[in-house]
Design a protein around this ligand. Structure first.
Ligand code: GAR
Length: 200
């Protein structure tokens, strides 16, 4: 079995990235991590990936402010150098252009901290509380040119508890993200497209 070469794009601490890399330590896994790539040179996840023996790279977006295609041309080069076949966005906080997204069509997935199509975009935990929801969660979806709106591969749900704050809720959702994303990636790589549902 040839394992797909998986690049993981991060901007921060990279806890989802770690859950994917740890799962891919299984030699039976259909994927293997070939690169952890960050737009943020200070991303804590870079050192965590390096400690696990995964190659890391940084493409700082700041020198390309106002020129997303130039930033993405660099991403494309670094991904090609690493031989990446599939991209997992894992807390990658840059908007990608349709040009980049279409080049990776069917080969790029993302984790988002809400039950899509509810609460695309930012501040999802505060918005779920504000809306009076009794449940919240996370989604893994294919990335398409519409932000946070590609085909859903799997979702996990947690209850919202009395007295929850955005921070407490985020922590509970993140725990489910770490279960959902590895399971969804395995299924994605094997071509399984039935949707996965996890209840916390
Ligand atoms: C996660 O909660 C992820 O779902 C979210 O950022 C966090 C990254 O945490 N992603 C987005 O909001 C994407 N729009 P991590 O760096 O510890 O994985």
């Amino acid at each position: 079995m040839s394992r797909k070469r998986v690049a993981i794009l991060i901007s921060g601490g990279g806890s989802n990235m770690l859950s994917l890399v740890r799962d891919m330590a299984d030699p039976e896994h259909p994927g293997a991590p070939c690169l952890v790539l960050s737009n943020n040179p200070d991303a804590g996840g870079l050192a965590r990936a390096r400690a696990l023996g995964v190659p890391v790279a940084t493409v700082d977006h700041r020198p390309h402010r106002g020129d997303r295609p130039a930033f993405e041309a660099k991403l494309t080069q670094v991904l090609a150098d690493a031989g990446a076949e599939v991209i997992c966005l894992a807390g990658f906080m840059r908007i990608l252009t349709p040009g980049f997204i279409n080049a990776w069509s069917g080969r790029m997935i993302n984790i988002h901290p809400s039950i899509l199509p509810l609460f695309p975009g930012l501040h999802t935990h505060a918005r779920a509380l504000e809306a009076g929801m009794t449940v919240h969660g996370c989604s893994v979806h294919e990335v398409t040119a519409d932000l946070d709106a590609g085909p859903i591969l799997g979702q996990a749900v947690v209850p919202i508890l009395d007295g929850d704050t955005p921070e407490r809720l985020a922590e509970r959702v993140l725990g489910m993200e770490h279960r959902l994303y590895p399971a969804a990636l395995r299924r994605f790589l094997t071509g399984e497209r039935s949707r996965l549902a996890l209840l916390g």
